[in-house]
Design a protein around this ligand. Structure first.
Ligand code: SF4
Length: 257
């Protein structure tokens, strides 16, 4: 009978393609290690574990964040000379973020580029100009109506992606910004923003169109404007994402396209 249990569990292993749920793995190990039982002590074999359910959508939906600071200005002053990660050594300016401190819509990107580093303002280069056009033409707001920030506040050398230790050091600043602004919706632009807001390794392609939340705030994932400059065909998808933003904010659809 013990052999029958093993047979059933191995069948389950084959069905799962080797990627077994923990419970089945434990059963296999237990059955293999156990001595062959006498007929009097054998039991009816348990059916194999049911197939795995699809993994839940990525989310970093912790309880709503509480800020350690009273205002964005206080947070900005406290972090003005930040040296929490090695990116401080190469920066010209720390790019804290800017916009309406009571914005209902917040955009989050990756990290400053060369222009942003020069000016100490987020999204002021060609990608920023495209973001301005998206905000104005597709959402019907002005740049000053929203809040724009990055995961990292200092420019990585050569515009490389921020490294995990740099993200970990800087993320508390973004979390405090979210807690102070309390937006109705966050638009995560690109993989780095999406991955770190949602604690996921899923791609932008997988995350687009999903109903997501981070820190108590709904999140829409879309392409980074710099990606759109390199891949103009993806603007069609960004247009779809922006229509979702308008619906989620209860805003009228902006005509066009
Ligand atoms: S990137 Fe963030 S954590 Fe690193 S030095 Fe700049 S502000 Fe500080």
């Amino acid at each position: 009978m013990q052999q029958a249990v093993l047979w059933h569990l191995r069948q389950a292993a084959e069905r799962y393609g080797g990627d077994l749920p923990l419970r089945v793995t434990a059963q296999l190990a237990e059955a293999a290690a156990a001595p062959i039982a006498s007929p009097e002590t054998t039991t009816t074999p348990r059916p194999p574990a049911p197939p795995r359910r699809p993994s839940p959508p990525p989310s970093h939906d912790e309880p709503e964040l509480a800020s350690e600071f009273a205002t964005l200005d206080e947070l900005r002053e406290t972090t003005a000379n930040c040296t929490r990660c090695k990116l401080h050594t190469g920066r010209k300016n720390l790019v804290f973020g800017e916009g309406n401190p009571n914005a209902e819509l917040m955009f989050v990107g990756e990290a400053p580029g060369a222009r942003e580093d020069e000016q100490g303002r987020p999204f002021v280069g060609p990608a920023g100009q495209l973001l301005d056009r998206i905000i104005e033409n597709a959402i019907g707001m002005q740049r000053a109506d929203v809040y724009i920030a990055n995961v990292n506040k200092c420019r990585p050398p050569g515009n490389r992606n921020p490294e995990p230790d740099e993200v970990a050091a800087c993320l508390p600043i973004l979390k405090n910004q979210i807690a102070l602004i309390r937006p109705k919706l966050i638009v995560a632009m690109g993989r780095v923003a999406a991955a770190n807001l949602l604690s996921t390794t899923q791609s932008v392609t997988r995350l687009r169109g999903q109903t997501l939340r981070a820190h108590g705030v709904p999140v829409v994932v879309t392409w980074h404007p710099a990606y759109l400059l390199r891949n103009p065909a993806a603007k069609v998808e960004t247009w779809e994402d922006v229509k979702r933003v308008n619906r989620m904010l209860g805003r009228p659809e902006v005509p066009g396209r």
